[in-house]
Every structure is written in C-alpha cells, then in structure tokens.
Design a protein around this ligand. Structure first.
Ligand code: TYD
Length: 135
C-alpha cells in the first residue's frame, strides 16, 4: 500500500513562510470543499469512516496529529507534523485521525461537496465494499 505524502514548497524569505496550493498542480484534483478541525480533545479519534469516491489532502497546518490508513488489506500510520506536509487520501480508504496535539489545526481539502451518501461508517461494510470493487 502506497502512502502519498506531499512536501509542499514553502516560499520562505526573511519575513517568514508562505505555502500556496493550486488545484491540478500541487493538488491532484479540483478542490470543491475546505474544512478544518481544531480544539480536538487529545484522546479523541476522529474519522473512523471511508468514502466511496472522495479524494482528500490532509494538512496539519499547526501542531501535529497522526493518521491511520487502511485499504481493507493493509494499514499504515502517518504522522503530520509540519505545515508543508500534505497526506493524500484516495477513495475507498478507511481513515482514523488521532494523537492530536492541543494546538493542532487539521485542514482538509476535498474533491467533492459534503455528501453523507458517500460515507461508509461501518467497518464491516467497508470491507465488503473493497471486496465488491475488486470483482
Ligand atoms: P464528522 O463526519 O463526524 O467528522 P469526522 O468523521 O471527520 O471526525 O463531522 C462532524 C460534523 O460536521 C457532522 O455533523 C457533519 C458535519 N460536516 C459538515 O457539515 N460538512 C463537512 O464537510 C464535514 C466534513 C462535516
């Protein structure tokens, strides 16, 4: 299972850093939605779902968190600790975000508008979905 983590190029100068992301250049899809999580309780595990089609990029622009990815066959854990790191999550991937630092701000860029019908919130159903997709 390949984990795609982008290292975005900060435009640093003597004033500080700036990261700019353009769709189809730095981000491999059209960005239709942007949301973020903050004030996350450190013991909390968020996510715990998959999407049928949605593509996302997760960027912990402040603080740090971890992400567990699971394609139904393999699991990988990824740390997001720098504001220039972006984790790409394709469709059909179970994800859990955890170990949030108190100051964590996790930004998500998404390829589609919010659609509850695209969510798979039951892990067994996710495994069935993966099996069906392979037929
Ligand atoms: P939720 O799906 O529980 O977040 P996560 O699974 O990533 O931890 O979302 C929390 C609430 O926010 C829920 O009521 C749905 C709402 N929501 C939106 O209205 N739009 C969105 O784009 C997202 C991601 C969530």
């Amino acid at each position: 299972m390949q984990v795609v983590k982008y290292m975005f190029q900060p435009h640093g100068d003597d004033r500080g850093q700036l990261v700019a992301l353009e769709e189809f250049k730095d981000i491999p899809f059209r960005v239709k939605r942007f949301y973020y999580m903050y004030d996350t309780i450190p013991e909390v595990v968020r996510g715990k779902h998959a999407h049928r089609n949605l593509e996302q990029i997760l960027i912990c622009i402040h603080g740090s968190c971890k992400v567990r990815l699971d394609n139904g066959k393999e699991k990988k854990e990824v740390s997001l600790e720098k504001p220039y790191e972006g984790l790409y999550i394709p469709g059909s991937m179970w994800r859990e975000m955890y170990d949030f630092s108190e100051d964590a701000v996790l930004v998500v860029l998404a390829s589609e508008l919010y659609d509850e019908a695209d969510y798979i919130r039951d892990y067994q159903e996710f495994l069935r979905f993966v099996e069906e997709s392979e037929k």
